[in-house]
Design a protein around this ligand. Structure first.
Ligand code: PBG
Length: 335
């Protein structure tokens, strides 16, 4: 005789978890290589593959090494790369002038990537910080990051990148009005087919630390340089505001909208997915990568499990596209 007679449980959620076959049928979210974009760091030189100490397994690559990497990523089926340049300090100035050189590191990287794998989508970053001696995304004057003055530069930068063959330009600067300014400039120069992936809701986050190490792009201290990016990147406390940014970006002509970082902002990804009429991207940033890799290195978490769970969670929240330093590793796992 049974001692405990449960109430009549005709509904048992565990039925759909009983084995891997039924779990596959019941699965709501799928992660595929199609969703992944690999960010790559490029540097001048030859034969350089320099590991970034705060991002184990990620490298600053000279263009010959980048070409090899791009071919490997293409073979794995990864649809796109996002390029970020490590610019030599001597080339940095307050206007970020090096960003406008058609023979600069990024234009050459774009051409090299396209030669390495013609079908690889090349996404370029539009912001001043890698080129700025002040380490800000815009021009600093009188202790302030100047919005409207910066817009002209961003537009010129986007046109240079498009001229080199970038498929998608991605403004990560958070200046007001930059999507429209860039769209107008691209259209006026015949680049009507180049898409804009806007960093719609980019937060003033502590999780960008390793990225700033990789590019040596942190805001400089001293003088009247603002010590952080809080006057242009969003307050981590705000969610509704992301929808206002989305409204503006869509009105200004953004083709895709991004949330950054990813895991601490899953609610924002979800909100954007509810309201956006364009694909939503999420940037699983350097600090998120570093935390996971370091914990795994110490044997505290399972690397592959935590990686796949993180990327799946970002998809579940509503991201169509994920920029992640795990792109290659995840693609290998998915194969
Ligand atoms: C800056 C930029 C940043 C990242 C991408 N573009 C950092 C910042 O705003 O300081 C961060 C990416 C990452 O942390 O992986 N335009």
């Amino acid at each position: 005789m049974r001692r405990f007679t449960p109430f009549s449980m005709h509904i048992r959620p565990r039925r759909l978890r009983a084995n891997s076959g039924i779990r596959r049928l019941a699965r709501e979210t799928h992660l595929a290589t199609d969703h992944l974009i690999a960010p790559l760091f490029v540097i001048e030189g030859e034969g350089i593959r320099e590991e970034i100490s705060s991002m184990p397994g990620q490298y600053r690559l000279s263009l010959d090494e980048m070409a090899k990497e791009v071919r490997e990523l293409a073979e794995l089926g990864i649809p796109g790369i996002a390029l970020f340049p490590k610019i030599e300090n001597v080339l940095k100035d307050a206007q970020g002038s090096a960003s406008l050189d058609p023979e600069g590191l990024i234009p050459r990287a774009v051409r090299t990537a396209k030669e390495a794998a013609g079908t690889m989508l090349v996404i370029t970053d539009v912001a001043l910080d890698p080129y700025s001696s002040d380490g800000h995304d815009g021009i600093v004057r009188k202790g302030r990051v100047q919005n409207d003055e910066t817009l002209e530069l961003l537009a010129d930068m986007a046109v240079v990148q498009a001229g080199a063959g970038a498929d998608i330009v991605a403004p990560s600067d958070m200046m007001d009005g930059r999507v429209k300014t860039i769209r107008n400039a691209l259209d006026a120069t015949g680049h009507t087919e180049v898409a804009i992936l806007s960093y719609t809701a980019k937060y003033a986050s502590a999780f960008y630390g390793p990225f700033r190490d990789a590019l040596d792009s942190a805001p400089r201290t001293g003088g009247d340089i603002p010590v952080d990016k809080k006057t242009y990147q969003m307050d981590p406390a705000n969610g509704e505001e992301a929808l206002r940014e989305l409204e503006l970006d869509l009105a200004e002509g953004a083709d895709m909208a991004m949330v950054k970082p990813a895991l601490p902002y899953l609610d924002v990804i979800y909100r954007l997915r509810q309201y956006s009429t364009v694909p939503v991207a999420a940037y699983h940033v350097s600090g998120e990568y570093a935390m996971l890799v370091t914990a795994a290195k110490n044997g505290w978490i399972d690397r592959q499990g935590a990686m796949m769970e993180s990327l799946t969670a970002i998809r579940r929240a509503g991201a169509d596209i994920i920029l992640t330093y795990f792109a290659k590793e995840a693609a290998k796992h998915l194969r």
